[in-house]
Write a protein that binds this ligand. Sequence first.
Ligand code: G3I
Length: 361
Amino acid sequence: MLITIGLQSFSQKQTNSLKQAYAPYFKIGTALNSSHIEEGDYDGMLLVRKHFNAITPENVMKWELIHPSPNQYNFALPDAFVKLGQKDSMYMIGHTLVWHSQLPQWVHAITDPVQLEQVMKEHIFQVMGRYKGKIHAWDVVNEALNEDGSMRESVFYKVLGSSYIAKAFKFAHEADPDCKLYYNDYNMVVPAKRQGAIRIIKELQAQGIPIHGVGMQGHWNLNWPSLQDIEQAITDFAALGITVMITELDITVLPNPWDLVGADVNQKFENSEKMNPHPNFLPDSVDILLAKRYEDIFKIFVKYHANIDRVSFWGVHDGVSWLNDWPIRGRTNYPLLFNRNYKPKRAYKSVISLVKQAENK
Ligand code: G3I
């Protein structure tokens, strides 16, 4: 009798948080913004510590913020992020080294290939070097592709050609040889774009340049992408012999202006009542759809857990999601597992009960 009670309480403890419930499958991550890093969002940090074992800085390591002018590096918040992660034994992912967005004007203005390569190298060495042996993995290159799989016309591509990607990964490997190096992008479920990513990965592999994984950003909605496309994307990437990460997972429940899909931060639209239908609370009907959608998606992740190292949400709770301000400013969105009062939603319950059921089989 005593033993049974003991086992029951142990089992409850094991599945009482996302990170514990999913420990046999993959890491569960989240993105921290400056209010978490500075410990301003106390309740948010309680959720982070209880439920997540991997953290990514949502903004503070982006080039524009960490390296705003040629000789200026802002390491205060990134240092605080790393300190916090070390204290709580978190797996830490650096985000991101080479990205066309949030890039300061002085980098956009470079036209000389030799200079740009040098600047990129120095940036990677300075930033990665500072956190060598502390940050476990980096999104080395972010969003290098157009939707049709061709190369995005970023300053890096225009000045250095497509070889900038190989150079960035080579510099990253030199800066911290033990660090895991990833390519990260959205809409990887779209076959044409995925082919572009596969091309990039194969080119690096052919040159013997280390790439350890691919981050599939999960900026999805209640109906898109199809479960088949998610599954296909995971298996296509796994076939390349690299690890798959689901990064930046969130599921918008709001209308999509002009049927926009993806996460191009440059696209913005006007707010209206029609576009912001749930300003005060999430109706049960939608909450149920969201819970079912998360359940269906996590079933796939669990199925392919041998290929998936981490599933990271893009934000801790609904109140801090970037989707409240994109692609329309000032809306009230509900894309995550925890609500604005830091309470688990139905979607949390569907995600966690999925692995509890598996355990009981
Ligand atoms: O910090 C300033 C604040 O001082 C200012 O008053 C305010 C007014 O606009 O802006 C604040 O900066 C905002 C920043 O987020 C911090 O909240 C920027 O305007 C805003 O553009 C920025 O958005 C971020 C976006 O990337 C662009 O960098 C989002 O938080 C962040 O979630 C989003 O994350 C990206 C990933 O890095 C890459 N994949 C897509 C994903 C979603 O766009």
